[in-house]
Design a protein around this ligand. Sequence first.
Ligand code: G6P
Length: 605
Amino acid sequence: MRNCRLCRAEGRGTDPVGGAPAPGVPGYDSAGLAVLNKGIKTRKVKGRVADLASAVPARFKGGIGIGHTRWATHGVPSDVNAHPHLDSSERIAVVHNGIIENADELRAKLTADGAEFASETDTEVLAHLIARTVKDTDTLADAVRTALKSVVGTYGIAVLDAERPGEVVVARNGSPIVLGIGEKEMFAASDVAALVRYTRQVVHLEDGELAVLDSDGFHTFTMDARETAKEPLTVDWDAGHYDTGGYEHYLLKEISEQPETVARTLRGRLDDRFHIAHLGGLNLTPHETRAFRRVKIIGCGSAYYSGQIGAQLIEELARIPADAEPASEFRYRNPVVEHDTLYVAISQSGETYDTLAAVQELKRKGGRVLGIVNTVGSAIARECDGGVYLHAGPEVSVASTKAFTSTAVAFGLLALHFGRVHDLSPADGRRICEGLRRLPGQIAEILEKEQEIAELARKYAGHPSMMFVGRVRGYPVAREGAQKLKEISYVHAEAYPASELKHGPLALIGPDMPTVAIVPDDELLDKNLTTLGEIRARGGQVLMVGHRVAEPKLVDDCIVVPKNEVELDPILLTIPLQIFAYHAAVALGRDVDKPRNLAKSVTVE
Ligand code: G6P
């Protein structure tokens, strides 16, 4: 084997080791690698991959290796807590994503047995455990399997054994592992993004699977050593998707791509003859679709907010009661799972642990789950009964933009489909089809206003805090706008339903707290304008985002976006808020694509 790499951040993000710093490596705090060359050689540093690259000597060579970027869970970010971790005899090296829950107990036992720990991490127990079992087993895979039997928690691991220089063993339970098949070389990573510059032939491991990699290929097994058969998948994203394409940041590139990504989500899915949507992957007959009496949508972060837009679309167009809830809450509250509720899980990455765990809980209880997912073949996509792929291409920047709009558009298609199976008239079906088709062009029109919005962002970015308000359809837009601003610019932002302002948060309004108000031209326009008057009367500045310029006595500034159908307007109203957050973050000198403390793909609880 010429190469075998594991690329991970402790439960979050991925980064190929040894090359130039890769995109999509968010929020991590230390990096390290180990290669096999007459024993195990390691280099580990607190900092980013670029810091590791400068710490690695020119003659640091080996036949196979593992590497890792860490996002601290146990122990502070430091050189010594960085992965890989070795046992005291330096025979075994391990990199690990996830959390070993019984690490303290295992550490105490191993210490009593003479093991000497170098770090404070949960991962180091794995190295000691495997080193203890490897002496009595015929294969490294057996040693890993035996060691993992005493482990409680989640992991995606890669293991090197100094005495078996031809192979790497990887195993998965709750944290992703993807194998990449090369020409006389094999790769493993926690994310397809780390593999595409080497190969597009990949194999996803399931929870409870282990794989042995050598230069000729791979074998996969269950934890009780039964060999499993895996079909490689060809990913249609390539390395070209992972450069900034001349933009200063991935975020700006991804915002700018939205006319095209929304068009891709829609492509081939609208039927102008019957004014319906074709969604081939739903695996639901019209009869089954009619039988659902409720829709429950789950997702985390921006995925959850796009689910709120989705719930409204489904209620309005299909008249099926629908609501969205954070998957991270849903999974812990022992939810009542009903046979006549359709569950919809949303995830750009398809690997968010909380969302995956919620889907698994639903499946255990017999729930029917659809996935709205961007990453083909990802864990959530595999776990669901059917679903809709976004086809938005890889999203690299931590803050979600194009996946958010494509998810909302996918809900437009789903709501149209459900609506036409229920009582949405052909005329309304046609209205929505035409509205969906107008979206890419209208998004392009909004993008032309970038400089105008950038100026407003610079004007407002100096405030310590901002309020975002919206009513009904505008409320999820306000929530996503506030989320974008806080996550990338670190400006405190609160989102409230405009109707709730007077029930508490109005007390915060004053010259230091400007408000971004989402004011679409819909049946609630007058009510929204009244709210603006209330804010202005308390000395608050107002930046209105809507379909017309409001009177100067109500607003300080306006961003006007093109009008679509009222149900679809939230999708367009989100775009200026993305641009606003981006330019606020740039004005404040933030690390736009990799905001502090955050990760793109949160594969830990
Ligand atoms: C993280 C990211 C968010 C993202 C959320 C859900 O928290 O920082 O930007 O919205 O995960 O990710 P998913 O891949 O499941 O859509």
